[in-house]
Structure formats: structure tokens, C-alpha cells
Design a protein around this ligand. Structure first.
Ligand SMILES: Cc1cc2nc3c(=O)[nH]c(=O)nc-3n(C[C@H](O)[C@H](O)[C@H](O)COP(=O)(O)O)c2cc1C
Length: 173
């Protein structure tokens, strides 16, 4: 079993690309990635990983991508206890097209994982983004790494690298 599980949902593939980027930063076998549509994803998440990275896009009107919504519902229906788990969040969004609800869905995930007892890490400065509103904002920081592949794709690799340096110790890497 890998040391860290990266669990993600995606609509058009950007969040998967970031998951693969994260996996490639480490030696083979250190990080395993799981699309949350996978039948075993809930079981893997609950039983096999204490150190987790979780990523998803915000879709709809600041909403969750469908497979992420189903995944969270499955956890809630089992009254999942995430105490003892450390989870770093990353979110995909579009600050130009959806600048009034940039990364909004991440606030829902943060709240739900927190309510289930997880320790949440991976906050990220909001400097360098241009948006008018985000529920993922707490003070000057996002509660997750914010990735905008629609408008700032050239910044994604550096953002991911810096963020991983910041969180690696907390994830036992
Ligand atoms: C229908 C639709 C609604 C979206 N709504 C939001 C939104 O409310 N907030 C936001 O930050 N981004 C929003 N986005 C942008 C996506 O989050 C962004 O394109 C992301 O990279 C998609 O990730 P994926 O390829 O993993 O699905 C929306 C995109 C689409 C197509």
C-alpha cells in the first residue's frame, strides 16, 4: 500500500492531471491515486489511508462535482469517523468565468471532512489570483490549494511543487 492516497473527482480531467502531477513528484509506489468513481474508493479511503490528498473541481453554481457528492454521501451514510486522518485539499476552479464563486465547493468538502473528524491541512495564500468572492477563502488564505487551469495553467506545476513541499512533512513523506 502506498504512503499517501490521492482521491479525486473530475468532470473534464484537470483534477486528474493534477493528481498525476502529484504522484510523479514522488518515487514509484509512494503515492497512489484513486478516482472517486472507482467502486473501491470509499473502502480504500476509509480503511487503507491515514494520509490523504483530496482534489475536486467546483462546478454548477459553486457546487460539487457529481462523483464527489456521491462519495461524500457514501461516507456520511456510513457515519464515517475520519479522526486520525490527515487530509490536504486541492481545488480546481475558474477565477475569470466564476470569479464570484471561485473554488466555492471546497468549503463544503472542508466542512464535511472536518465534521467527520479529519485534520485538514494544505491552506494556500490567495495572492496571485483575481476573483471577487470565494467561500474557500479564510482571511488571506484559501482552505485548499487553488488551481486554475482555465486561466493560469502555466502556474500549476509550480503551485503544486510548492504546496507539496509545504505539506509533505504532515503527510509523513
Ligand atoms: C458548468 C461549469 C460550472 C463551473 N462552476 C464553477 C464555479 O462555480 N466556481 C469555480 O471556481 N469554477 C467553476 N467551473 C470551472 C471548473 O472548476 C474548472 O474548469 C476545472 O478546471 C474543471 O476541472 P475538471 O477538468 O477536473 O472537471 C465551472 C466549470 C463548468 C464547466
Amino acid at each position: 500500500m502506498a504512503q499517501v492516497g490521492v482521491f479525486f473527482g473530475t468532470d473534464t480531467g484537470n483534477t486528474r492531471k493534477v493528481a498525476k502531477m502529484i504522484q510523479k513528484k514522488f518515487d514509484s509506489g509512494v503515492v497512489e491515486i484513486f478516482n472517486v468513481t472507482k467502486e473501491s474508493a470509499v473502502e480504500e479511503f476509509l480503511n487503507n489511508y491515514t494520509n490523504i490528498i483530496f482534489g475536486m473541481p467546483t462546478l454548477g453554481d459553486g457546487e460539487l462535482e457529481n462523483s464527489v457528492r456521491d462519495f461524500l454521501e457514501a461516507l456520511e451514510s456510513q457515519s464515517a469517523d475520519l479522526s486520525g486522518k490527515t487530509i490536504a485539499l486541492y481545488g480546481l476552479g475558474d477565477q475569470e468565468g466564476y470569479g464570484h464563486e471561485f473554488l466555492d465547493g471546497m468549503a463544503v468538502v472542508h466542512e464535511k471532512f472536518g465534521a467527520m473528524g479529519a485534520t485538514l491541512i494544505g491552506r494556500w495564500p490567495s495572492d496571485g489570483y483575481d476573483f471577487s468572492g470565494s467561500k474557500a477563502l479564510d482571511g488571506d488564505e484559501f482552505i485548499c490549494l487553488g488551481i486554475d487551469n482555465d486561466n493560469q495553467a502555466d502556474m500549476t506545476a509550480d503551485r503544486v511543487s510548492q504546496w507539496l513541499e509545504q505539506i509533505s512533512g504532515d503527510l509523513g513523506l
